[in-house]
Design a protein around this ligand. Structure first.
Ligand code: ZN
Length: 264
């Protein structure tokens, strides 16, 4: 007897195959018209950002965005040092230029330096030339301060379109959104921030926090996040390390009623 779940699975497989064929058809049609030389099926997938990593290992990508202030970042760095945890920091170009010593200290503490772009604007509303300049201006500042070319890019406000992802890739940067938003820039109660992240975590997830002064409760929330999730068997790593556990997943898991990578 075929169970309802199996029937559902088959229906989804059929739908997925139909969607794939449709995308091939559309890609061939419009790709050819646009004179696109790259294989179309690959372009369809790769012009999406990374949201998490496909793995069943209990490992989490820990990320912080910074575009304003100096207090929150000091507090966050202290907590990370206490717990001996390394993370990826997405730094805005202007903030980095204003706080070169802090940028160098983040790098010296062993954290991964990534780009949060230049002007904090919605890049999907900008021309390709503006997108390219936004990315390259920020990268130039980060390279000048740390000697490291950023490998990852998080668009301001998490706003992107296919052009943003493609232009970032052309500049050697992988666009990364997130799987779990701590909402630490809205929520002021550390326990509520921690509970939200613990609830949302799954193997390979990318956690979004801020170390800007607009998020004053992040450092106070982190110890509970680390302790709870460590107790559940999770480890925290920067994105470069997370990608050693599996390939980037380019579909958005946010708001889904199930967690990916949990064997369902
Ligand atoms: Zn931001």
């Amino acid at each position: 007897m075929i169970r309802a779940r199996e029937l559902l699975r088959r229906a989804f497989a059929t739908l997925a195959a139909a969607a794939f064929l449709t995308s091939l058809w559309a890609g061939a049609r419009y790709g050819a018209a646009g004179g696109e030389a790259r294989p179309v099926a690959a372009a369809v997938d790769e012009d999406q950002p990374m949201y998490y990593v496909r793995t069943t290992d209990k490992v989490l990508g820990l990320t912080f965005d910074i575009s304003w202030g100096t207090k929150a970042v000091e507090d966050v760095l202290a907590v990370l040092r206490d717990h001996r945890i390394r993370a990826t920091f997405f730094l805005s170009g202007p903030w980095s230029a204003q706080h070169p010593d802090l940028v160098r200290r983040i790098a010296r503490d062993g954290h991964e330096i990534a780009s949060h772009g230049q002007a904090h604007v919605n890049l999907s509303q900008r021309s390709e030339a503006e997108i390219a300049a936004n990315l390259s201006d920020a990268a130039r500042i980060l390279v000048g301060l740390t000697g490291q070319t950023p490998r990852f890019f998080r668009p301001p406000n998490g706003d992107f379109d296919r052009r943003v992802v493609r232009i970032a890739r052309e500049q050697g940067q992988e666009t990364v959104i997130w799987s779990v938003d701590s909402l630490d820039w809205i929520q002021r109660d550390p326990a509520a921030i921690a509970a939200r992240v613990v609830r949302g975590a799954f193997p390979g997830a990318v956690l979004l926090f801020h170390a800007s002064d607009s998020a004053p409760s992040t450092a106070a929330a982190l110890p509970a996040v680390f302790e709870e999730l460590t107790r559940m068997g999770y480890r925290f790593v920067p994105l470069g390390d997370l990608l050693k556990y599996g390939p980037p997943a380019r579909e958005d898991p946010r708001g889904r009623p199930y967690k990916p990578n949990m064997g369902r």
